[in-house]
Design a protein around this ligand. Sequence first.
Ligand SMILES: Nc1ncnc2c1ncn2[C@@H]1O[C@H](COP(=O)(O)OP(=O)(O)OP(=O)(O)O)[C@@H](O)[C@H]1O
Length: 278
Amino acid sequence: MPSPDDRRADARDGAREAGTATAVPAVSVREVTHRYGRGADAVTALGPLSLDVPAGEFLVLVGPSGSGKSTLLRLIAGFEHASSGDVTVHGGTPEPGRQAGVVFQQPRLFPWYTVGENISLALRYAGVPRAERPARVGELLDRVGLAGTARRRTWQISGGQQQRVAIARALAGGKDLLLLDEPFAALDALTRERLQEDLRTVSSLTGITSVFVTHSVDEAVFLGTRAVVLSAGPGTVALDVPIPLPRTGSDDPDGLRGLPEYAALRAEIGAAVRDAAR
Ligand SMILES: Nc1ncnc2c1ncn2[C@@H]1O[C@H](COP(=O)(O)OP(=O)(O)OP(=O)(O)O)[C@@H](O)[C@H]1O
C-alpha cells in the first residue's frame, strides 16, 4: 500500500502532468472577515483577506501581535467559521481533524500514554490497521529524529522532544495539510533551531502543504517557500513574497542562512512587519 507521502507525491506529479497544479488550491481564503463576540463587545480580528495556498507550499504567516494569524489558522482548521467570505480546503468546508494535522505552541500530548501510544492513537483515528501501527510509529519517530523513544513516557522527554512527538502525531493522520501555530515559540534558542532544521527537512522531503504561524522573521525565511505578512488587526495582506531558497532535503542550514538572498528576504519581511506594527 502506498504511504501518505507517496500518495501526496503522486497527486502532485499527476496534477503537474495534467497541467492542473493550480486548479484547486489546497487552501482557498476568499474575502474572509472574522469577528469574535457580538454587539458592543465584538472584536473584528481579521480581514477582509484573500489568499490561495497551492499544494506543496510552505506558507508562513507573520505579523504583529493581534493581527489575526492564529484566527486565520483556526479558520483553515475548521475550529472557527468565517463571519463573512469563504474558506475551503481542497475545495471543501474545513472540519476539525478531517483535512489537517494541527500543531500548537504546547505539545498537548496525553501524559498517561507513552510516546508511541500517543502516535498510535492518531494512526488508529486515521484508520491504519492495528498490525501496521507499530511499524508506522517507528517510521514517524525516525522521521522527527526520535528513533527508539516509543516506550518512553511523555514526561520523561524534553519539551523539544515532546514537540517533535506532536509533529509526528500530526503527520500520522496522513493528512495533506499541516497547520502549525507558533510550535517552537516556547523552546530555547538551540532546540528551536534544531527543530526548524528538522521540520524543513521533513517538509522538503514530503512536500506536505503547510501553514505556519510565527513572530520570528528569521524562522519565516528559513522555513517558508512563501511568506505573508499581515497588517495590524484586523489583519489584511501587507506583503506576500515567495522564498525561492534551495529546498533539497539535505541543505546545509548555516549555508542557507549565509546566502545573500536569505539576508535580503529577512530585511524585506522584517521591514514589512515593522511597518505593519506602526
Ligand atoms: N476567542 C476570542 N474571543 C475574543 N477575541 C479574540 C479571541 N481570539 C482572538 N481574539 C482577538 O482577535 C484578534 C486577533 O487575535 P489572534 O490571536 O488571531 O492574533 P495573532 O496575530 O495570532 O496574535 P498573537 O501574535 O499575539 O498570537 C485580537 O484582537 C484578539 O484579542
